[in-house]
Structure formats: C-alpha cells, structure tokens
Design a protein around this ligand. Structure first.
Ligand SMILES: [Zn+2]
Length: 285
C-alpha cells in the first residue's frame, strides 16, 4: 500500500513516527503551516517556522525515504492577533518556493472579521501564485462554518477544483461535495472521524475528490491512521485500486495542480520487504 498523507503536522511528531510511517507505506506527505500551541508574538517566529517547513522537516523526512512538501499561510487562529498580521506580507516570498504546493491552512477558527480578511487575502494569493488552497473548517458550529467557508471560496474566484475543504464529517460532506471542492477528512483515534466512519462515507459518496489524512497534531492523534483507513477499506470490500486512488492518486492529483509535485525518486513500497522495511531493489541493508 503506497500512502500520500495530504495533511500532517510532522513538526509535532518524533523521528520514530517518520520511521513507523515509512514502514507502513507512507512515501510522501504535505505538512501545512499551522499554529504551534504557544502564541507567536512576532512575524520573525513565522519566518523561522516557514524555513523549517521547507528546510529541516524535508531533511528529517528524507532520511526515511519520505518526500516532504509544505503549504504556507497565516493560520486562522493567529490571524486574530494584530502582532501576527504582517505575516501576510511575508507569504509571497514562500509561495514562490518549489517545496510549497499550496496556500494553507487558511479559513475559519472563530469566524471573526479578522479571519474573514485574512482568508480572502490568502485565497487571492492562491489565485495570483496559481496554487491550490487548503482550507481548514472550524471545529465548533461546523455546518455554519462550512457554509460561510464555501461562500468565501466562491466569491474569491478560485477554481473549486483547486480547493480542498478539510476536517469534514457526516454533517458537512454533502455541502462540500456539491460545491465542486475537494473533500478532506482528518482521521483521529477518538474524535472527529474514525476509519470505520470514513469507510461508510466512501461507500456513500464514492472515491472521487476524497482525501484522507491523519492530521497528527498536538492533540491525541496517530500518523498511521491513513494506513488503518486503507485496511478498513479493504476489509469492507473496496479493491486495492480504490485504496490506491484514495491514499495515493487523489492527493497526487490535487497537489499536482501546483506544478511542483516532484515524486520522481519515490520508492515503490511493493519493492520494500514488508518484514524489515528494507529495499528489495537495492538488495536490502
Ligand atoms: Zn492541520
């Protein structure tokens, strides 16, 4: 099973996680810029963080044969802090980089006027830089948050096929499906969405435009839940090809729209010994 995790915050994970993910078939991932728990008090903190997302983390991932890409943005939560607003002016410098495959995470946290402004400004950047956009939906008041999100996306003029609306559940799936945007689902151990509920949604809505991620942030989370979802799909009667579409070809198609998704040196997990995780092609070691 080859896996592309389209939304995972590796900054909050250990090196052991990279090792386990590689052994489970994760060959590529996208790490979106988000909040770091401790509120940042100046744009310089963001510069260091963004540099880490396109420098240090890809290096850490590369040691385990995992290709690392990033999305860059001022996240919705910190868009409310006037000290962080100038981050919007830093973004163009990063949106030009090869390792950056989308603008994100943008969208709403508490749906304030400040968030409105930052969201619209960053959708405009996505259009200007011809990049896809990764949109976070609020965890509270989900249906209303999702409706408003889709209205802002439509107003921005960005092609719906270049937008993924993330953290969906049974309440919001249909709204987003009808909008033409891509659908993102964050699978968690005990909140938001589980592998079995995800399988039900795939049964009902099919595999088109569906993206499954493990998010793996500061809360209780598990970077192997993409794999667990693939396994749950197989047990429910989906084919290997269906699993490959959801866990690999869909994220490749979505982020491929950036024109920057270079996967040429990614190893085929079928050529890896499942017992040892060693390459069969290279004769192991
Ligand atoms: Zn996230």
């Amino acid at each position: 099973m080859r896996i592309f995790d389209p939304h995972i915050h590796m900054t909050s994970r250990t090196t052991d996680d990279y090792e386990r993910m590689a052994a489970a078939g994760v060959r590529a991932l996208v790490e979106p810029a988000f909040w770091l728990g401790q509120p940042r008090t100046s744009p310089a903190s963001f510069t260091d963080y963004f540099d880490s997302l396109i420098g240090w983390e890809p290096f850490r991932a590369g040691q385990f044969g995992v290709r690392h890409f990033a999305t860059i943005a001022l996240n919705p939560k910190e868009a409310n802090d006037p000290r962080c607003r100038p981050v919007l002016d830093l973004l163009p410098r990063y949106l030009d980089k090869d390792a950056v495959v989308a603008v994100g995470e943008i969208g709403y946290d508490s749906m304030t006027p400040e968030e409105d402004e930052a969201f619209a400004a960053q959708l405009a950047l996505a259009v200007a830089y011809e990049l896809p956009a990764l949109v976070h939906t609020p965890h509270r008041d989900k249906a209303r948050g999702c409706e408003r999100t889709l209205a802002v996306v439509a107003e921005s003029g960005i092609d719906a096929g270049r937008v993924v609306v993330d953290h969906l559940n049974e309440v919001t799936v249909k709204l987003v499906r009808d909008s033409g945007c891509w659908l993102g689902f964050s699978i968690y151990p005990d909140t938001k969405m589980t592998p079995s509920r995800m399988v039900e949604l795939l049964r009902e809505y099919g595999t088109e435009r569906m993206l499954v991620n493990s998010a793996a942030d500061w809360g209780r989370s598990d970077p192997l839940l993409t794999r667990a979802t693939g396994q749950a799909m197989l047990e429910a009667g989906f084919s290997d090809d269906d699993v490959d579409k959801v866990l690999w070809r869909n994220p490749v198609e979505f982020y491929g729209q950036s024109g920057r998704l270079d996967l040429s040196d990614v190893e085929d997990p079928a050529a890896v010994d499942p017992e040892t995780g060693n390459s069969i092609l290279r004769g192991g070691s």
